[in-house]
Design a protein around this ligand. Structure first.
Ligand SMILES: Cc1cc2nc3c(=O)[nH]c(=O)nc-3n(C[C@H](O)[C@H](O)[C@H](O)COP(=O)(O)O)c2cc1C
Length: 135
């Protein structure tokens, strides 16, 4: 079953080296597992969506959760997916260099949400708009 996972986490330290390192590894591993998605990084937090077969997402997420480059990993949603949004990206990245203040504020507002808020789909659609339009 195709699934979509969305989580958020916080980081203390960020640099282009740290981010490159995460993305290079993510893109290599995700390609092998046919995992697609997007990673938002900025304002002290990550939000990431992972699309793929349930057991592949689980396997990668088990490693991500233990990664010391972030803390307080909270799942915002983990639901069935009919069609991938990020089929062309083994891991797209949205950082504060490509995102406008307007959209950054929107993402920041979402960053405190939890699974109870049912905003997974809305949030992932917003990320797709940002990736497509570099807004
Ligand atoms: C915010 C964040 C996002 C990550 N995303 C991915 C990912 O999408 N895929 C992945 O394989 N590793 C990702 N990683 C790296 C994993 O935590 C871990 O270092 C990596 O999967 C280890 O791969 P290896 O077992 O091949 O050495 C991420 C790490 C962080 C901090």
């Amino acid at each position: 079953m195709l699934k979509n996972l969305l989580y958020r986490s916080v980081y203390d330290e960020m640099s282009s080296d740290i981010l490159d390192n995460i993305l290079n590894k993510a893109r290599k591993n995700n390609k092998e597992k046919n995992i697609t998605g997007v990673l938002f990084v900025g304002s002290g937090f990550f939000m990431q969506t992972l699309e793929g077969e349930e057991e592949d997402i689980q396997e990668i997420f088990d490693k991500i959760k233990l990664d010391i480059r972030h803390n307080n990993v909270v799942i915002i949603g983990f639901s069935d997916l009919k069609k991938r949004r990020f089929e062309n990206w083994s891991m797209a990245c949205i950082n504060t260099e490509i995102i406008s203040d307007f959209y950054l504020k929107k993402v920041e507002k979402f960053s405190s949400y939890t699974e109870d808020d049912n905003i997974e789909g809305e949030m992932c659609d917003l990320f797709l708009d940002i990736v497509n339009n570099k807004m």
